[in-house]
Design a protein around this ligand. Structure first.
Ligand SMILES: [Zn+2]
Ligand SMILES: [Zn+2]
Ligand SMILES: [Zn+2]
Length: 409
């Protein structure tokens, strides 16, 4: 901020007393001496909400000069310090810009997703409808309090069970890979000056969204949070959410079927030789890791890089037992954006009780059935080897001598 302040001060001092006086008057500001007026104008410019009014308040030449040094208009960082000297990084979801310096390891994400967007998408069961308090950083060893208005209309809506809405407090650790609720190791939460919760370091602690609806009163509410003995940065936000039912979530995600070509691309990546090991077949077992029953809707998270799947319906159903973490049961990565593998679904739809499938690099598929299904399946089971209609794209040529079988389950 200081650097910018000096810069602004230099620009403004080049303008005449009369020009500065005119601007100060327009802003209804006090000050009759040049330094006083300069510092008043700087104070005005330090508020990002004033940046869009520069063209109306300042003479064109000065406005042009100022626009070169003012922060980017799309800047919306959690630090609230628009003057911070840092490169900017753009969120691939909302297009807002944030300071690279404030985002820590989050900048290493393949597709950078800002904290606000992470708060929105991390738990599809509780869909964020509104931010009552935008994400802010919890300082170390001192309490940060924020206040917000809880209107009578909102209170009525929340208390009506039919709306299935609640007010939640959410917290994310900034330096971690994100997309999950994480509270500080040691911290204290207060609402309207009453101590509500102590956070203690405990590996069995459940990292969940906190429903604070019943602790709020109509009018202004104050949330206070302090953390200690934890040097990591955390962001807190207050959101209004709607609780989605298991059925509505299933209906939403079951439509999200990845086209066959895209699924084949993932499959083909698995054939790529890794060190000396070259795959000639891939075996995919259609057993859901949750129920150990046969998979009906083969699903995985968008960020998953494995071909194995879990059952979509079980995955959604199990979230309530897993604190709504929306983590892939196979790779433990975030799977809030789960999709159905269109290619594997098409194979599953061809056979009853299919337990596994072997897919060769030349596009041949071999359905596999467990012993218990053998007799009943015999009649309907087709020829041993069936040529797939669509060949995988970018097939890797496998040397005869180096054939191996990779089993993924
Ligand atoms: Zn920042
Ligand atoms: Zn964003
Ligand atoms: Zn995964």
């Amino acid at each position: 901020m200081e650097g910018f302040s000096t810069h602004l001060s230099q620009i403004l001092s080049n303008y005449t007393y009369d020009t500065l006086r005119q601007i100060t008057k327009k802003l209804s500001g006090a000050g009759t001496k040049k330094p006083e007026m300069v510092s008043y104008i700087i104070g005005y410019l330090c508020k990002p909400e004033n940046h869009s009014k520069i063209g109306q308040v300042f003479p064109p030449e000065l406005a042009k000069e100022l626009s070169k040094v003012l922060p980017d208009k799309d800047l919306s960082c959690i630090c609230d310090d628009c003057w911070k000297v840092s490169n900017l990084i753009t969120c691939t979801v909302c297009s807002k810009k944030l300071h690279t310096a404030c985002m820590g390891n989050l900048t290493f994400q393949k597709k950078f997703t800002c904290i606000t967007c992470q708060f929105k998408i991390l738990n599809p069961s509780d869909e964020v409808l509104q931010f009552l308090v935008s994400p802010f950083i919890i300082p170390e060893n001192r309490e940060k309090s924020v206040s917000f208005n809880y209107s009578a209309t909102l209170a009525n809506e929340i208390s009506n069970v039919k709306t299935a809405t609640e007010v939640q407090l959410r917290c994310i650790k900034i330096q971690s890979p994100g997309f999950c609720i994480t509270w500080p190791k040691n911290g204290t939460l207060s609402i309207n000056k009453r101590n509500i919760k102590e956070f203690k370091s405990d590996k069995n602690r459940k990292e969940v969204c906190l429903d604070i609806s019943i602790l709020l009163k109509v009018g202004t509410n104050e949330i206070g949070f302090s953390k200690k003995q934890d040097s990591e940065d955390y962001c807190l936000a207050v959101v209004k959410v709607r609780k989605n039912t298991v059925d509505s979530l299933f209906q939403k995600f079951v439509k999200n079927v990845q086209p066959v070509e895209k699924c084949l691309r993932l499959l083909n990546k698995t054939y790529l030789p890794e060190k000396d090991l070259k795959a000639s077949h891939i075996k995919i077992v259609f057993k859901c890791p949750y129920s150990l029953q046969n998979i009906k809707y083969p699903a995985r998270g968008k960020k998953c890089s494995h071909v194995s799947c879990f059952d979509l319906s079980n995955f959604i159903e199990f979230q309530k037992f897993e604190n709504y973490y929306w983590k892939c049961p196979i790779c433990k990565g975030p799977a809030y954006d789960v999709y159905v593998d269109g290619y594997l679904l098409s194979i599953l739809q061809q056979y009853d009780q299919l337990d596994a499938v072997e897919i060769s690099e030349d596009g041949t598929i071999q359905p596999l059935f467990e012993e218990k299904h053998q007799s009943e399946e015999k009649k309907s089971r087709p020829e041993k080897v069936i040529k797939k209609k669509i060949k995988p794209v970018e097939i890797v040529i496998i040397q005869e001598t180096a054939k191996n079988l990779i089993i993924i389950d």
